[in-house]
Ligand binder design. Structure first.
Ligand code: ATP
Ligand code: MG
Length: 297
């Protein structure tokens, strides 16, 4: 009993250690998410690690490829990293929550003039990639034998210099492929930045993580929803309310002008344009759509 009490008080003085990318595509969004979660990081210019000012958290700035290993070893308790890296590294870590940024796909691409019907095209071919593990899994699943050439960068030039007939690389818009005379023929993984955790967190670390995940979910929900205010003619009020489910039900307040009400509610960003059109058709006026900062349901 005494031992548990003293260990807990030691842990209370400790911090949740988070690993994020030091610089690159995930850095800005990772820092932004922490800020939106109310966690203030004072980072110097040549930063390797930094403390949060208002959360028991220490942030390590690392190469993204190294993050799963650090989290498996427990040097970091949690990390923000692309699923593509998590699947490639195959470390013993747990995925906790998608973070909604760093979206991309890992795709096979071949010369623009080649004809591609299905994955059998790859039989006996050479594939250049920085993701040998994921590509091998894909080939095994499809019973294809091909040579994987692992290269660490500029994969898209491999066909042009005669190193390979196909590549497998990350794509977001496809413009890099196009500029190199390639076309995307197969998406083998859709990826986003994700929160991973060490599998042996203690109770205190897990509590800090649960609090962080709660904040992340509130930020994500808020981004997916909009607050809508509008003026509705009372004769169509019921129909308008039927279009606006809201979190419980919409707030309806009488306007000073007789025969009109003010309606407030929350709608999904994805439903937004559909509903707005229908509201206008029902005579709604003065429609305001406002972003929501945090949403706790
Ligand atoms: P590091 O120096 O940390 O190793 P990196 O060069 O490997 O950086 P970045 O190019 O910064 O990595 O990409 C980091 C992550 O961003 C990728 O692993 C992927 O999850 C995500 N990402 C999103 N869109 C793209 C894209 N179009 N191309 C490459 N990565 C993307
Ligand atoms: Mg990297």
């Amino acid at each position: 009993m005494t031992e548990i009490v003293s260990r807990t008080s030691f842990e209370k003085g400790s911090k949740l250690k988070l690993a994020i990318q030091k610089s690159g595509r995930l850095y800005d969004d990772s820092m932004k998410l922490l800020k939106e979660c109310g966690i203030d990081i004072s980072n110097g210019v040549n930063k390797l690690k930094a403390d949060a000012n208002n959360y028991p958290m220490e942030v390590f700035f690392l190469r993204d490829d190294d993050i799963p290993q650090y989290v498996e070893d427990g040097v970091a308790d949690i990390g923000f990293v692309g699923e593509n890296v998590v699947f490639e590294k195959k470390k013993s870590v747990e995925q906790v929550e998608g973070l909604g940024f760093g979206k991309c796909r890992l795709s096979i691409a071949i010369g623009r003039n080649e004809e591609y019907t299905d994955s059998k095209f790859l039989q006996g071919k050479r594939i250049a990639t920085s993701y040998p593990v994921i590509v091998q899994d894909f080939l095994d699943k499809n019973n294809i034998k091909a040579d994987i050439h692992e290269i660490s960068g500029s994969v898209e030039i491999a066909p042009g210099i005669g190193l390979a007939e196909a590549i497998c690389d990350l794509v977001s818009s496809g413009s890099t492929l196009f500029m190199n005379g390639l076309k995307e023929v197969e998406v083998i993984l859709k990826s986003e930045c994700t929160l991973i955790k060490n599998k042996n967190l203690n109770e205190f670390q897990q509590q800090l993580l649960d609090k962080l995940v709660f904040r992340i979910q509130s930020v994500k929900k808020a981004k997916n929803n909009k607050y809508v205010l509008l003026n509705a003619p009372n004769n169509n009020l019921e129909k308008i309310i039927a279009l606006l489910p809201g979190m419980k039900s919409p707030t309806v307040l009488p306007l000073a002008t007789v025969g009109w009400s003010s309606v407030h509610t929350v709608i999904k960003e994805s439903d937004f344009w559909d509903i707005i059109e229908q509201l206008k058709d029902l005579g709604a006026q003065g429609i305001l759509v406002v972003p929501i900062e945090k949403m706790i349901i």
